[in-house]
Design a protein around this ligand. Structure first.
Ligand SMILES: [Zn+2]
Length: 166
């Protein structure tokens, strides 16, 4: 963000709350771009005993992640994650457990991860997802960034032994 969304003047650095922020210098405006992370819900979707991973539209070949999405204004994280699973995979799901929260600084997000169990026939939302894979949990391998650490924690809690990190 380079310009003030209130008065359209250029933003300039200001030290606030112990960090350098971009702020509006116009007298009486006071806009500060805090750049706080956005909460994102993520689902480890268990479907017919397998875990559903998805490749988003525009992602490189071979890159898969969990089902994720932004919360709507009036939702709890539990409602949001079940809505995303329904929108992206057309599955009805229920929460099994909360896995944990994971900072994702590169995307400026805080990921809230849940294990959900889903039933139905998968129909993927082609506007969001390029393809899915269903992986037996014993063959699931966590990746390093984004939703990967949630997968790692979940696998360990389920009792799966993980190979040492490369
Ligand atoms: Zn301003």
């Amino acid at each position: 963000m380079r310009y003030c969304p209130l008065c359209r003047e250029p933003l300039s650095p200001r030290r606030l709350g112990g960090r350098d922020r971009l702020a509006c210098a116009t007298p009486g405006c006071g806009f500060v771009f805090w750049n706080n992370p956005a909460p994102v819900v993520a689902a480890i979707v268990e479907h017919e005993g397998k875990i559903v991973l998805a490749r988003g539209v525009g992602w490189p070949e071979g890159h898969f992640g969990l089902i994720t999405g932004f919360l709507e204004q009036d939702e709890t994280p539990e409602q949001g994650v079940l809505r995303e699973v329904h929108e992206e995979l057309s599955l009805r799901a229920e929460i099994v457990s909360y896995v944990g929260h994971y900072p994702f600084p590169r995307a400026n997000q805080l990921i809230l991860a849940f294990h959900v169990r889903a039933e139905g026939t998968i129909v993927i939302d082609r506007e969001e997802l390029a393809e899915i894979r269903r992986i037996p949990p014993e063959r699931l391998r966590p990746w390093q960034h984004g939703t990967g650490p949630a997968v790692r924690d979940w696998l360990l809690r389920q009792g799966y032994a993980l190979p040492p990190p490369v």
